[in-house]
Ligand binder design. Sequence first.
Ligand code: BDP
Length: 605
Amino acid sequence: MLEYSMLYPRNTVSRRAVSLDGMWKFCLDEKAVGESENWQNGIPGQEVIPVPASFQDFYTEKDIREYAGDFWYEKEVFVPGEWEGQQIQVRFGAATHRAVVYVNGIQTAEHEGGFLPFCADATDIVRYNAWNKVVVKVNNELTVTNIPCGQTITLPNGKKMCKPYFDFFNYSGLQRSVYLTAIPKESVFDLDLNYELDGSNAKVYYTVHTTGESPVVVELLDADGTKAAEGNGKEGVLEVADAHLWKVRNAYLYTLVVRIVDDADIIDEYTQEIGIRTVEVKDTSILINGEPVYLRGFGKHEDSDILGRGFNIGMMKRDFELMKWIGANSFRTSHYPYSEEIYQMADREGFLIIDEVPAVGLFESLMNFMEASTGKQTAFFEKETTPILLKAHLKAVEEMITRDKNHPCVIAWSLLNEPETTNDSAVPYFKAVFDRAHELDIQKRPRTFALVMNSTPDKCKCYQFSDIVALNRYYGWYVCGGNEICTAEVMFRKEMDGWKALNLNKPFIFTEYGADTLASEHKLPSVMWSQEYQNEYLDMTHEVFDSYDFIKGEQIWNFADFQTTEGIMRVNGNKKGVFTRQRQPKDVAYKLKQRWESLPLDYKK
Ligand code: BDP
């Protein structure tokens, strides 16, 4: 059980959630002197910066963009007098990668892991009907004992620098919304939901976890606000007659109202939008409400100009509109759990999400995308520090599943991206992570991880843990690109024949395939990096997908161009986007639209 509730902050009859988004004071702490100089009581200077946002892309100095180390935020927060007697918390949607929170100079929370929420309890510290000072020390250094993995080096000029083992820019800061919340001391802490369909009716199994012993009542309201079912007690079953199911790209949301009561008085009330649907893997099929589904969509990033990885509500809206336009039905939250608002939107729009924990870079490499395909072995899971990494990984799995389990859009858990799997020492590590996910999710959603190029049927020691086998493959890009694409196809089919021969009786999906393409480049006949080549690459790859019945989904890499570390492999970022970073289509978008709009939802059923 986590120390704090992961429920999304909401206003209800008993709860208050006040947004602290806006300008915060900000400063870097290059010499790491913050604590010794008492910055917890107030940070130096007058610099201000927006929250939520990554700090990196606002400034014109390269030293700031590339900064690695501690940096501090500060905000004055008014706590209303009428909140006295309640539990007062500051809730961070994310602080990348680790944070220490001080309220009025007193340390109230410490959190490691940059893509999941945490709460700083300030109940015994705040002054009521008065201004209070919230100070946060954030650190963005990369290590091999926390996810995502990487190194932090010191340059000859004395400055620190992050060297990610992964292919996205190490954006950091308070990248998601911050809330000040007041909730009753006796309150709803967590909810577990599960569904069973029975003809046109449905059963909603619920468990409410509270912090006290008072009785619980629940109500299920349909989309018009009419009561569809009710229940009594912390655990029960709601019988829903003629249930409206949550379907792929045709969502229906009910609202679950949970109340802790004392006779006629409401002690606490929490509301949650839910969708009635089941998820199951049967033989080689992925079933939603018992019906086979073929996934078409993307691996994405939270990434945009200026805000970096900061939650960008306008970009979110545009991305969903583009995904609808192109005929997608799903995406993977590569390579970290996204902002909660994105799942709320997917719930509403009926998109399927493969929810990924930030376990990326679990392979010692400074050019992950290249070295991983060379067959290099790094014995990543044999380090002395592996137990520390595993602990952080398991905690992130717990936080992610606790946060996201009640979203109907979440249909699978991705527990690692491109880890080293060719070594026996990976096996116990994988077992611990996969077992924990199974234990935490009462819906027992399928678990998966994305297999890197060298995790082939003959070499991978870990694919057996996956309920859905997910491949990241770049035949025709990193392997035999350009005029050698016919060789790439032969190699690709050979690998797929190898998987077929194993007869795993599981669904396979592609969680990555793609080719870097500059929106400025056209060339007839094609060359690599031109828009023409991206089209040819897709034609070949899709033909291979269409030849194997057990392939049940395709999520192209990437939805949009995104920022990475600079280097000879990247032209101001990764350009495998179907859309540019500004969310305009490359030529290939029209090809995908044509294909995805013509594929039936139950393709290869
Ligand atoms: C894979 C990674 C992804 C990279 C991609 C690429 O999972 O993060 O961005 O390939 O090389 O290695 O484009």
